[in-house]
Design a protein around this ligand. Sequence first.
Ligand code: DX5
Ligand code: ZN
Length: 221
Amino acid sequence: MPCFLAPSLLSANFGKLAEEIRIVEEGGADILHLDVMDGHFVPNISIGPLVVEAVRRVTRLPLDVHLMIEEPDRYLADFIAAGADRLSVHVEACTHLNRTLTEIRRLGAQPGVALNPSTPLGAIEEVLDEVFQVVLMSVNPGFGGQKFIFSSLKKIARLRFMLDQRRTQGGKEPLWIQVDGGVNAETAPQVLQAGADILVAGHAIFRQPDYVQAMVQLRQR
Ligand code: DX5
Ligand code: ZN
């Protein structure tokens, strides 16, 4: 199985964002993960479309935008116009999840659905045909640098099983499992072993002395 690495810019130095991006892009990052927080859905406030647009101008990597906001429908078009290639919304923030995901695809981006640690997998069973990726949060969203919640490993494995079964029944592909929160050199091998495809990592890359070396380590199984 491939392992895709998505550095999370939340932990990068925003005073020299273009340089930070250049280093991880040249160092082999597959995707850039951008965390959008509104101070309501999560207790923190981060970036909006303006920063996504600025990032779009300095990289060729796919931009994976993780919306941790209430009423995400109001902003889908803005983030996609700003350059988001993938747009993930939280199941907990969407009353009409199917409609939201369909709209993301109609607007030209790849839809993702994200789940908080306490949200059961059953919440997304009915939308698997609509999504490009499932984002399993392995911390309570809102901040970088938090401790990995170990019960996530079983959840990853259960989702892997669900998706593998679905594939044998002719389900649409690709459908990736992205794991977000507390992924570091210690937890990454366990996350991959449990069945994740995409590792998001903030502190484990941007708060290390050598980003490239840190990325190499994260890929080790
Ligand atoms: C947390 C964000 C994450 C965050 C991960 O709410 O969704 O993407 O940047 O940071 P680390 O890897 O430091 O836990
Ligand atoms: Zn995230």
